[in-house]
Every structure is written in C-alpha cells, then in structure tokens.
Design a protein around this ligand. Structure first.
Ligand code: GCU
Length: 620
C-alpha cells in the first residue's frame, strides 16, 4: 500500500474518532486560533533533554493487526507488568533521544529512517488558578499527534513552524506525562511534497517547553514603522480572550514612549506611537529597542528594530534609500555535526560565515529556520528572505494542500512578523509554470500581503532559455511574477547548463519592471578536490571549476540593470538523499562555498572579494 494512502487512512481514522485539530490546539492563526509568540521572552519550563522513544515503523502504537484504531495504544503509556497482560511496548525502559534534535543524526540506524517515532516525557506540574498551560513545540517534522495523561490534545502538520496546544484541562498536580507521535513520512499531499533536495530530518527538531499564560494573554502583535511617516510606530496588539475595552499599554523606554490603548470587539488594540530621534534598523546600524507590552495580568517584552522596506520601480528601498542585497542562501544544516541546525552555536557559525563573506542579506531556504536565526539576523544586521516549503511540484489543484500552505505561511509570519531583519516573505521555490500553480501561489501572495502589508513578497522562479546567434537569452516571464513585489530567479549557467564561460554570452530579458534578485546560482565542488596546477580547463567538481563559475557569473550579473540582490547556492554543503554520486557527493549537495566541515573553498574568496569591494551589483 502506498505510504501516502496509509498516511491518509491514519489521518482519516484519527479524524473519525474526533481527533481533529481542536480549538485549543493553537496551530494556525489563520483560523483565528492563537499561536504563542515571543516564546523566548516568556517564562517557560523547558522540556528539552532526553525523551523516551519508540521507533514504530508499522504504527503499532495506533493500529491493531487488522488496521483498526487501538484504544490501548502507546499514548496510554501503560506501565509494563511482566506477569500481566503481554503488553508489546514499555516506555519505562525505552531508548532515549535528545530533544531538540533530529533523530537521523542521533543513531546510525536512524539516518535513513522515515516513519513514526513515539516520544514520552514525565514532568511535574502545580496548577495555578487563572492560568493556562500550553505545550510549545518549536518545530516537529512532519506530522505530530499529542496526548497528555492519556488524553488526546492536538495534532499539527508541517515540519518547520511552531505550534502550541492548551493542555490545561488534561493536567493534575504532581507527576504528569506527555506522549507524542512524530511521523516524518513524506506524503504526496504534503508541504513540501515527495521530492526535496534536502534531508528529511525527522523528529522534535526544535525546543519543547511548557508556557503558562493568564486567561487573557497577548498572543499577537505587529509594531512597525509607518511607511508614510517614519517618525510613527504603528500596528496592533491582540489579547486572546479580552473583551472590548480591555486596556493595552506599549512602552519603549529608550524613546520615553508610552501608549495606552484598548482592544476592540476582536480583542485587537490599534497602536500608534509618535517618536522623536528614532534610530532606524539597517545592516550598517542594526538598532533594536526594548518594547514592553502589557494588558491586565499579562506582560511581555521584546526587542524590535524599526525600518521600512519597499520598492520604487526596479529599486528596493530600505528606509527610503536604494539598497543592493549582497547575500547567500543557507539551509538549516548544522555545521560540523550535520543534522538540523537549532543551537545558538549553529546559528552563530552559519551567520558568522555569512558576515565573513561580506553579506548584508541571507536567503533562509527553503522553510522557516529556527527562531534563533531571525533573532540573530536582527542583531547582526542581516536582511532575511524567509520562505515556506512550497517547493517544486506541490499538488497545486488540491484545496487541502492549499490550506496547509496557508497555515504554514500564517505560522511563519505570526512567529517572525516583528523581526526587522526579515524584508521578504517567499511563497515558493522553482514551481512548475501551470495555471493551477499560478492560481494557488497568487492566492498565497495575497495572503502574505493581507497578513503583513509591511513587507515585500517574492518567490524563486524558473526562467526560460532561448538560443541566440551568439549564445543564449534568459527570459523572465513566469506569470506568477505579476503578483510578486520582487522577482526571484534561479539559474545554473556553468553547472546544469553550458560551461562557466557560457555566462559571458548570456543575455537577460526580464519582462517585469520590478526589482530582480538572482536567488540561486552556483555549482558543486568537493572541498580539497583540485585541478592540476595551471590547468586552464579545470574539471567539474574541482574547487577551481566552481571558482570559474563564480567569476563568469559575477561578470554576467553585473550586466543586468535591474538586479537588486543575489544569494548564490549555497553557504555550506548539506545532506540530500538525491545526491548519490559516490566519492563526490555521498548524500551531500556540494554547492557550498564552505564544506560541512568548515573548509572554505576557492569560490568563497571570489565572492567575498566581490562583496567586500562592492563590485557585484548596484542599488540604483
Ligand atoms: C534548485 C533548488 C535547490 C537545489 C539546487 C541544486 O535550484 O532550489 O533546492 O538544492 O537547485 O540543484 O543544487
């Protein structure tokens, strides 16, 4: 039976017994539910550490041998009595996995594992009146079901965005336990779908914690600089459960600014803060302000930068001034140890390399990264392209898939809307140019603008190629471009097409009067694989040839008048099941400018010089 069929039966079965996304499972703000934000500034009890786990390849923890739903599944966490009923599981002496962390890189036998794994954790709790306790999961790839003290709580689909489930009603004083099933099986109706050029790292890949909030709590806010008046900070604060008239206070101590407002019938308070001597956030001066937001018993603080990002014809304007985005693409692959990146050390290494390269921008491909990445980009002054995994050939004619894309976009924007570093939301990467796809993604662009009118919306498009008398012509006329604010395009002249010098005779015909970002280009090189010295035609896969690609590409890019940014593919080699050439790839995509072990290849220094000398691209 096809995996995807199995998966949909599992989902259907769980739905059949009322296991759908209950209102208290805060997964998608899009359906007016609440997803906790600013978690890293809220008091919480970490559940990180060792969890007991059971690899359950046949979903035995949910199904009988006749594929019926069990009432005594693993979610019961029943104690095992050797003299009693011959129970076929026992968490008490199960092997553990570290949380957060993908399972693939924690045990050699799990490197290629795709399927369900059960997680169990005991924790102490003391009830506090007028408080709700949420289980916060920073990310779990790919589909997660949650039980607390044997009671079903919620479920979530999507491997790269946070979700929160209100577990208050299931808790009691003293010892409690949570059981999760995380299933990393790729599914045809997933987001992403079956084909991806990155490793399908499964499990609880980001922080897990318990977060207590008052009955009425601040669950969403958007504070940004007005595009029409850069001395005014505007936006809103949403207080979940608050009746109209509930007061809200926003304070920015350093600006001696304090605003009182009240929520309307939708529990949302409009905010407008006139300011004087505001320092605008920019890569050169990434100024962040402490912002305190309070409403009734709830109070949180955040650090927020204020800037504007907009376009004017083919220019991108940061704080009203033309800017060129000198960037690099980055996967959430942990340097050195590999696996999903989630620690501050991973983040500091990756973004430190981007700064060393001379970047003022990073493309966080192809999914929302750990929140530490965007928080750190705020601090370091790196503009960010943040993307949902509407990657390659989704089922663009399937409304249920569109709902998943909408959910993941909403979760990404809800989590990161107050990060000044994010200047672009991307709704897709290299999708096939069909009518269904353009309709689907135009709806996604509209949703992004609706959820966040303060940022630019883009996507990485494929381009057409025509032969010309002297070489080739790249035509950028994907109909999705009509809906985008900024056109992203991927091309691999010198790798997947032509040789490096083919870039010298390539022209570009961009059919949109909009800013263009060359969102991907490059080629593979195995670090340490060198051509013979003096070889004027270095072979593919050598560092010398990758450097040749960069030299010719940079010269070509400088001939594109409306180019306003670039993010070559990619900062660091990353694991991919599609890359199986032994000795050269060994399940790694080798387009990194740096190997997964931190070895800088020759092309790194070619791009670094172009960025530091500012000889690549122009802002106007
Ligand atoms: C594509 C795709 C990347 C992929 C890259 C490659 O453009 O967007 O995800 O890794 O090309 O083929 O290396």
């Amino acid at each position: 039976m096809q995996k995807s069929a199995t998966r949909s039966i599992l989902t259907a079965s769980l739905l059949a017994v009322g296991f759908n996304t209950p209102a208290f499972c805060q997964t998608s703000p899009q359906a007016n539910t609440t997803l906790l934000v600013d978690i890293d500034h809220r008091p919480s009890t970490s559940l990180n550490g060792d969890w007991r786990t059971i690899v359950d390849q046949y979903s035995t923890g949910i199904y009988t041998l006749h594929q019926e739903l069990r009432k005594d599944g693993f979610f019961m966490n029943a104690p095992f009595d050797p003299s009693g009923h011959p129970q076929d599981y026992n968490f008490a002496n199960a092997a553990t996995l570290r949380v957060p962390g993908d399972w693939n890189t924690q045990r050699p036998e799990l490197l290629y594992y795709e399927g369900p794994i059960w997680y169990e954790k005991d924790f102490q709790h003391t009830a506090v009146s007028n408080k709700h306790t949420f289980l916060h999961i920073g990310a779990a790839n790919y589909r997660t079901f949650v039980w607390v003290n044997t009671k079903k709580i919620c479920e979530h689909e999507g491997g790269f965005t946070p979700f929160d489930c209100d577990i208050t009603a299931a808790l009691h004083d003293g010892s409690n336990f949570v059981v999760l099933s995380v299933d990393s099986t790729r599914i045809a109706e997933g987001v992403p779908t079956l084909q991806t050029d990155w490793w399908n790292y499964g499990g609880l890949t980001r922080d897990v914690s318990l977060v207590e909030v008052p009955d009425q709590f601040i669950d969403d806010y958007d504070l940004h600089l007005s595009r029409t008046d850069r001395s005014v900070i505007e936006g809103y604060v949403h207080v979940e459960g608050a009746p109209a008239g509930t007061p809200v206070t926003v304070t920015i101590p350093e600006l001696h600014a304090k605003i009182e407002s009240t929520v309307d019938a939708n529990s949302r308070a409009a905010i407008s803060i006139p300011t004087k001597s505001l320092s605008l956030w920019s890569p050169e001066d990434p100024k962040l302000y402490k912002v305190e937001i309070s409403s009734g018993p709830d109070k949180i603080e955040d650090t927020i930068g204020f800037r504007t990002i907009e376009t004017r014809g083919t220019q991108i304007l940061l704080n009203g001034k033309p800017v060129f985005l000198r960037g690099i693409s980055i996967h959430a692959e942990a340097p050195y140890r590999t696996g999903r990146a989630y620690t501050q050390k991973d983040v500091d290494t990756l973004l430190g390399w981007a700064k060393e390269l001379g970047c003022n921008y990073v493309r966080l491909a192809h999914y929302p990264h750990d929140e530490r990445m965007t928080r750190t980009a705020d601090r370091l002054g790196l503009m960010v392209w943040s993307e949902i995994p509407d990657y390659w050939a989704l089922q663009f004619d399937n409304q249920a898939v569109l709902a998943k894309s909408r959910q993941q976009l909403s979760e990404m924007i809800r989590r990161d809307r107050d990060k000044a570093s994010i200047v672009l939301w991307s709704v897709a990467n290299e999708t096939p140019n069909t009518e269904a796809r353009t309709k689907y993604l135009t709806a996604m662009v509209d949703l992004a603008h609706q959820l966040d009118p303060t940022r630019l919306v883009t996507a990485a498009l494929l381009v057409r190629t025509e032969k010309t008398a002297s070489g080739s012509n790249k035509i950028v006329d994907d109909p999705l471009g009509k809906a985008l604010d900024v056109i992203g395009t991927n091309e691999y002249i010198g790798w997947y097409e032509q040789h490096a010098e083919g870039a010298d005779t390539t022209t570009w015909d961009i059919r949109y009067d909009k800013p263009l970002i060359m969102s991907e280009w490059g080629g593979d090189a195995k670090a340490g694989n060198h051509a013979a010295s003096g070889d004027t035609h270095p072979a593919l896969w050598t560092e010398e040839y990758q450097a040749e690609i960069y030299r010719h590409q940079i010269a070509m890019l400088n001939k594109i008048p409306q180019l306003r940014g670039t993010s070559p593919w990619i900062l660091m080699d990353f694991r991919s099941a599609r890359r199986v050439n032994p000795g050269l790839q060994d399940n790694f995509n080798r387009k990194g400018l740096i190997s997964d072990q931190g070895v800088r290849k020759q092309a790194f220094f070619i791009l670094q010089k172009a960025y530091k000398d500012k000889t690549l691209g122009r802002a106007e």
